[in-house]
Design a protein around this ligand. Structure first.
Ligand SMILES: Nc1nc2c(ncn2[C@@H]2O[C@H](COP(=O)(O)OP(=O)(O)OP(=O)(O)O)[C@@H](O)[C@H]2O)c(=O)[nH]1
Ligand SMILES: [Mg+2]
Length: 387
């Protein structure tokens, strides 16, 4: 009869490698997390980049300025863009930050796509309060401002950067078009065509899908400054421009602007002498800091004045949500390619949306007896949330 101890010994020897592996991984997980993190940081991100870039019909990318802390909101947005569109096209992504991206961020977004992903840090000059800004006056503005983000320095730098510098970032230099995204946005509908190619083939330079009135306290002098600019540089006004979309009966700015958190743009527009001169003029005037001029009204006013109406396209088929506004294509409940409820989509008959459609229609078809839209119009303005 064999001694039971020797059977246990044989069993122990046979399973020793498994036991050792278990102990080792337990050690790594339990006591040496920094080592594991270090190993993960050495991951070569290019392994996620099975790009088909060389066959893309347009030099374009999906672009965002983001913070490391936006990782999960951005992953949510990318997941939807991939599912709805990009997993079939593999347009590259470019992410820019004012501080270096963490490895956790780089890895977190790279996992979501087969496309090429690039990460850049912006340069100091594009993210600062310029020397011509009176610091005392600026501090007073931040203390007393009563509109969303009115107290924030970073928000103003962000708006200035997105207005004048994002398109000039070295990572974007070879692009013809960009599609801007943001954390926490949602895409409700399959996009079963290539919007970049669509823009290019139709000669569109600016594409949007939400138009809203701005908080007027954030842009008190933007329109006057714009008018001064136009007086100085009348040659930049496009012949068939959309100025009418921007003004009320007395010629004052009505606050209408495209929400630039979604925009698809032919970057030759932002690189044009007209846009560059406009941005420089606004920057000198100081309103990015003394007020809180957003990149949305700046881009929109420029598009309305320096482009022809035929070059500005309303993507009414792209269902989209940015907190807290929602646009859902009319009739999509029947067509079934969207997961949104058109009845909740109050911006489509909003004042700015309707005014755009009717203004463009009138410019393109001056002899047409009918307007583009004749239904009810929603005149609601955004509420100030921060006071
Ligand atoms: N790197 C970096 N990105 C920023 C900073 N502030 C904002 N952003 C990014 O700029 C974009 C716009 O910022 P949001 O905070 O979403 O601004 P918003 O959409 O006008 O404001 P909300 O309606 O409050 O969301 C987002 O992609 C942000 O991640 C910042 O200080 N640093
Ligand atoms: Mg946002």
């Amino acid at each position: 009869m064999a001694f039971p101890g020797s059977r246990y010994a044989r069993l122990l020897w046979r399973h020793l490698p498994i036991l050792l592996a278990g102990v080792l991984s337990g050690y790594l997980v339990g006591t040496n997390k920094t080592e594991i993190r270090r190993a993960l940081q050495d991951v070569d991100y290019s392994q996620f980049n099975h790009t088909t870039e060389s066959t893309l019909p347009v030099r374009a990318a999906i672009v965002a300025l983001v913070r490391n802390s936006d990782l999960f909101g951005l992953r949510q947005a990318m997941r939807q863009i991939e599912d709805r569109f990009n997993s079939r096209y593999n347009y590259p992504y470019i992410f820019v930050n004012d501080v270096p991206f963490t490895d956790e961020f780089k890895q977190g977004v790279s996992y979501l796509t087969k496309a090429h992903v690039e990460f850049g840090t912006l340069d100091h000059d594009s993210w600062r309060v310029p020397e011509w800004i009176d610091q005392e006056r600026y501090e007073e503005v931040k203390r007393t401002a009563r509109y969303p983000h009115g107290e924030k320095d970073s928000y103003r730098k962000m708006c200035r950067f997105q207005s004048g510098y994002l398109h000039r970032h070295p990572l974007l230099k070879d692009l013809e078009y960009y599609w801007r995204i943001e954390p926490d946005v949602e895409y409700f509908c399959d996009i079963d065509y290539d919007p970049f190619m669509f823009m290019k083939q139709n000669g569109f330079k600016y594409g949007w899908n939400i138009a809203m009135p701005e908080f007027m306290d954030t842009i008190r002098t933007l329109w006057n400054t714009t008018q001064e600019f136009i007086r100085e540089y009348p040659e930049y006004l496009a012949k068939h421009n959309l100025k009418e979309w921007l003004v009320d009966g007395s010629g004052n700015y009505n606050g209408c602007h495209f929400w630039s958190n979604f925009e698809i743009v032919d970057l030759s527009f932002y690189r044009s002498p007209a846009y560059q001169a406009y941005f420089d003029y606004l920057d000198r005037a100081g309103g990015f800091f003394y007020e809180r001029w957003g990149d949305a009204p700046v881009h929109s006013i420029a598009a309305a004045l320096f482009l022809n109406a035929s070059q500005v396209h309303y993507f009414d088929d792209i269902g989209y949500f940015h907190p807290h506004v929602y646009t859902c294509p009319t009739g999509s409940r029947q067509r079934g390619r969207c997961v949104c409820d058109p009845d909740q989509s109050i911006v489509q008959n909003g004042f700015c949306n309707v005014r755009f459609r009717n203004t463009k229609h009138q410019i393109l078809y001056p002899d047409s007896p009918t307007a583009a839209y004749t239904g009810p119009v929603n005149h609601a303005r955004p509420q100030v949330a921060s006071d």
